[in-house]
Design a protein around this ligand. Sequence first.
Ligand SMILES: C[S@@+](CC[C@H](N)C(=O)[O-])C[C@H]1O[C@@H](n2cnc3c(N)ncnc32)[C@H](O)[C@@H]1O
Length: 243
Amino acid sequence: MLISSLPIVRDTLSPLKQSSNWADFYSRKRLGARYPTEWVIRTLAGGNYPGLKMDKNRYAGARILDMGCGDGRNLPLLLDLGFEVHATEITSDIVTSLHAMADKYDWPVNFKVGMNASLPYPDQYFDYMLCCASCYYLEGTMTWAGVRKELARVIKPGGLIIANFPDDQTAILNESIRQADGSQLITNDPFNLRNGTRFMAVTEKTDLEPLLTPEFRLIGSGHQVDDFYGLRVSVFMTVSERL
Ligand SMILES: C[S@@+](CC[C@H](N)C(=O)[O-])C[C@H]1O[C@@H](n2cnc3c(N)ncnc32)[C@H](O)[C@@H]1O
């Protein structure tokens, strides 16, 4: 069953439990070279499409935040493109292992612990923000409007946010439960990592503009639908300007 019209329920898993799920997940990963994901390469290094023209002359020395950088797979790409790179993850354990990897590969990246709803930076600090499968995670009492406001707070006016959002047919959202705020409570994550988390997902491309308004203006968007050997992963990718 896909998106259900089951009754609205409150999520029960605490943010603490979610954090330890991710810390366990990354602690089992080998400290090795990382490879960036295709949509990020296409958007930032490519960036020349009918619906998106990125000005790569603006990258050198510009400050970018890789928000929820995970195992750091996109960091070498951001460094190669000339950015001053900052990155967050949600626990100090994850950040400690990111530090170890950055030391090993000599990556000049500034790491901090932070969450989408609470970022440890001053107002208007970044020229760019990358949210690769990270800004739409909602836990506990978090709201998407609150998260969007916080992301916007740390980006300069005229700065760009590059973010993807799941569509509601993606496999992780099978049997999810739609909440009053439009988010979807995950109950059947195939990887058993995100049950209890809510995702801010969208149904159609036309949902993206309202999702990003009023702090951002949508500049370009695309839709990626993959069938990874039976696992559907389908997401909208977006580039938006901080107003
Ligand atoms: C699917 S992974 C993506 C990681 C990385 N951006 C990448 O592309 O590989 C989702 C990441 O979001 C982080 N995360 C979970 N909840 C978050 C939150 N509320 N705020 C920020 N990051 C969060 C997790 O720790 C995890 O590393």
